[in-house]
Design a binder for this molecule. Structure first.
Ligand code: ZN
Length: 329
């Protein structure tokens, strides 16, 4: 099957040059030829948002009904084994086309967008969602899709296909973590250097995380590996330490942000009656855009709810300080 668009097929949709322009051309083509993408990118224009300021940073809540499948996805082993994997090429709709990224990945339009330009980048083989050894690929993608933010959701941290390795990408200028990054770094709680990487303990809108900043991909990979190994030792029962990653090209450097998790879904997700809020946090939420697929939640959710959810799912200040110490060693 001819899944990858040829240069000739892209050409009528192409504005500008480079891989980011190719991805935008793919989106333009799919909005015409892939009905599911046409439908949900069309309705994205009417998606409602509201904003709050938390710890000096403006965050947004997005009411996005198309995300219900992802937010409420059953990701237990039994449910996963009983469904057809929607990232395997053989199961993609015939109209869905892509671009090649390296020899192992394909760039596809995400038909259930949060960002105005939202892509899924699955591995070509059906292999578990595990980040170990793949941060180099993540940053190579950030280099190539330089007008986009790349993100990764761990298998128990928002990935709705925990059995098929994938990254996602969304346009820059959308999530506060990226647009406000300079001031977030300026307010960073601690900073140190590991080889060629500057490492910051960041806490934008109360979300405890780490930012790795360097012009050297290998150096970020090494620093990330130290963090990964430390977190693995702290959670030996998990297939990988729970985490979300977001990263992008920043001036001539690379940024990788890591949000270690201690919980998949907050208590509000499981609550009965009025206190129920269907919000299943993943990388985009930690970037400062919180997704509520149900209108009742969008209407009632407050800044205090968001702060409470973040404190439940992320590790504490003390645990973050220990993590930074372990990387600095
Ligand atoms: Zn698959």
């Amino acid at each position: 099957m001819n899944r990858i668009l040829t240069d000739n097929e892209l050409k009528p949709f192409l504005e500008g040059s480079g891989f980011s322009a190719n991805a935008r051309a793919l989106l333009a083509q799919q909005r015409i030829h892939f009905p599911l993408a046409a439908k949900f990118y069309g309705s994205l224009d009417t998606v409602q948002e509201k904003s709050f300021t938390i710890d000096g940073t403006a965050v947004r809540v997005q009411f996005n009904p198309a995300r219900i499948q992802s937010s409420a996805a059953k990701v237990d082993a039994k449910s996963i084994s009983e469904r057809k994997c929607f990232l395997c090429e053989a199961h993609l709709p015939i109209e869905q086309k892509g671009l090649s990224f390296g020899s192992d990945y394909m760039v596809l339009v995400n038909p259930f967008p949060i960002f105005p330009e939202h892509f899924t980048v699955p591995h070509l083989t059906h292999t578990d969602q595990r980040i170990s050894g793949k941060v180099g690929d993540f940053l190579a993608l950030a280099d190539l899709l330089s007008e986009f933010v790349i993100f990764y959701n761990g298998p128990k941290c928002g990935a709705s296909a925990p059995d098929h390795f994938h990254f996602q990408a969304g346009n820059k200028g959308f999530i506060p973590l990226e647009t406000e990054f300079e001031s977030i770094l300026n307010e960073s709680e601690a900073v140190f250097k590991k080889e060629q990487t500057d490492i910051y303990h960041i806490k934008p809108f109360g979300a405890n995380g780490i930012a790795f900043v360097s012009d050297n991909i290998r150096s970020i990979e090494d620093a990330f590996e130290k963090a990964y190994n430390y977190l693995s030792e702290k959670s030996p029962e998990e297939a990988e330490p729970m985490m979300n990653l977001l990263g992008w090209k920043w001036q001539d450097k690379f940024v990788l942000t890591l949000f270690p998790r201690k919980l998949h879904r907050p208590s509000q997700f499981f609550a009965e009656g009025d206190s129920n809020i269907l919000l299943s946090p993943a990388a985009v939420d930690l970037g400062g855009v919180f997704i509520t697929p149900l209108e009742k939640d969008f209407t009632k959710i407050t800044a205090d709810d968001l702060s409470d959810i973040l404190s439940q799912i992320l590790i504490s200040d003390e645990e973050m300080a220990e993590l930074c110490n372990s990387i600095a060693k």
